[in-house]
Design a protein around this ligand. Sequence first.
Ligand code: NAD
Length: 252
Amino acid sequence: MFEFDGQVVIVTGSGSPKGIGRTIARTFAKQGATVVITDMNEAGIKDTVEVIEAEGGKAFGVPVNVTSPESVQKMVDTVMEKFGRIDVLVNNAGISQKVTVEDMTLEDMRRIFEVNMFGLFLCTQAVMKPMRAAKYGRIVNLSSVSGKRGGGVFGGAHYSASKAAVLAFSKNLSREICAEGITINSVCPGLINTEIWKSLPAEDAAKVIDGIPMGRPGETQEVANAIVFLASKEASYITGEEIDINGGSHMD
Ligand SMILES: NC(=O)c1ccc[n+]([C@@H]2O[C@H](COP(=O)([O-])OP(=O)(O)OC[C@H]3O[C@@H](n4cnc5c(N)ncnc54)[C@H](O)[C@@H]3O)[C@@H](O)[C@H]2O)c1
């Protein structure tokens, strides 16, 4: 698809065995990138690295808690010491919770924002220095269709609000840094065929499918394909933008 030979790509939250992050990491590795697998789940990191190496790719695992400034800086320092460059950051780590606003606690709200928005901010800020020095960088964020139209199936209003915040943050930051060769874009997946989808009772799943014109959930590969494009050199004039990946369930 695209050429990433010699590039170093960090994918946060890529330790989840059936998650989107692992597919993103595998896809970059197949395009020649060295992929940094970073997550809180250390067993998951090891497993993703093994999967990529078994496919002939290059991967390097570093644990991180994206909510901790020290942990994020340590992860970025480790990558810079080892490879001396960071070309791409994919902010994929995220959490969700199904709860109504009436039952939501302030702690629930904080926990969701802490990972989905503050963690994304910390990782983005930490890679900006090396990207600025290189006058090149690609940052791609995982937002969600629920950040545009509200969710409801799997996540509460706090999840939707955090994913909307990601879009506004990306646009603002784009204006700050795009003249320096660094772009920041987002993807907004709809329902993707991950563990959470498989956990849905058949009756609820049928209702969800009814709302998707393509009549099926998306595949993790379909999300990864759009991310790899936004992270490529070829996407050089695209910034502050978002790509919907939702089978037609929401169109702007
Ligand atoms: N699955 C979907 O249908 C869907 C739809 C739209 C958007 N998204 C977004 O895509 C991203 C990936 O979703 P997924 O379904 O693959 O989720 P997942 O739960 O399978 O993977 C998320 C990963 O993030 C990691 N993580 C969580 N908190 C962390 C922290 N503090 N520090 C470091 N790592 C942390 C987890 O350990 C996990 O490996 C998320 O941002 C999610 O909001 C998913």
